[in-house]
Design a protein around this ligand. Structure first.
Ligand code: HEC
Length: 203
């Protein structure tokens, strides 16, 4: 049977057959050149081209605008968000997510990573008394020497994970909530230790 076909087909016919068989294979048949992805249209895709500037004189309708370029410029910024219980609570949640891995859950540089990376104790006088709230906000925004940025990514990497307000909430937690909570935790630990050390009279 094969023999007879071979006899009948010319070289050209055979070639044509091979090409047709290849074109009929599913992977080929479903792709080039007849498969057009709907995504590939003459439109501007995300992250493509130059961002259109905002119309002139437009103003932000939400958030707190900031024009600070680096940590030094942030040093004298005045915290625009009151350290209310609500703000401290938000700050604590964000601190646990973004800062605690390096600085410890209560900021005492007692996480397993703290000594390895050199993260400092945030309950120390250095942070609590010497550093301004603006500097703290600047540190969170632009990062420090080793510490990554959380507001404005830079050549070291970092992210813009925290909004301007969120960074102030974290500042409120570090500067207002942290010491109070550290004291409460110490007292609770001391109370627990006293209970343990009582010599119960044994009769
Ligand atoms: C990847 C680990 C890491 C994370 C996460 C991290 N830090 Fe740090 N942080 C450090 C290290 C290391 C230092 C000390 C060296 C330096 O300044 O970079 C530091 C220093 C600081 C300082 C002192 C800056 C100064 O001027 O001396 C503050 C304040 C601080 N961190 C706050 C925070 C807060 C708030 C967060 C969460 C938004 C955070 N850090 C997240 C590693 C980290």
């Amino acid at each position: 049977m094969n023999y007879s076909i071979n006899c009948v087909m010319s070289r050209e016919m055979k070639k044509l057959c091979v090409i047709l068989v290849i074109l009929a294979m599913p992977s080929v048949a479903l792709a080039w050149p007849w498969s057009q992805d709907m995504m590939n249209q003459p439109s501007i895709k995300p992250q493509e081209g130059v961002m259109t500037p905002f119309p002139s004189r437009s103003v932000p309708v939400m958030g707190i605008p900031t024009k600070v370029a680096n940590r030094d410029e942030a040093k004298t910024l005045v915290n625009p968000i009151m350290a209310t219980a609500e703000s401290i609570k938000k700050g604590r949640t964000l601190f646990r997510i973004y800062c605690s891995a390096c600085h410890g859950l209560a900021g005492k540089a007692d996480s397993p990573i703290s000594p390895k990376i050199g993260a400092i104790d945030l309950t120390d006088d250095y942070v609590q008394k010497s550093l301004t709230e603006g500097w703290l906000w600047g540190t969170i925004s632009f990062g420090s020497y080793v510490m990554p940025a959380y507001g404005v990514p830079n050549e070291q990497g970092g992210s813009n994970d925290l909004t301007v307000e969120e960074r102030w909430h974290v500042v409120n937690f570090v500067k207002t909530g942290m010491l109070v909570e550290a004291k409460e935790a110490d007292e609770a630990a001391a109370a627990a230790a006293t209970v343990k050390s009582i010599d119960w009279p044994v009769k």
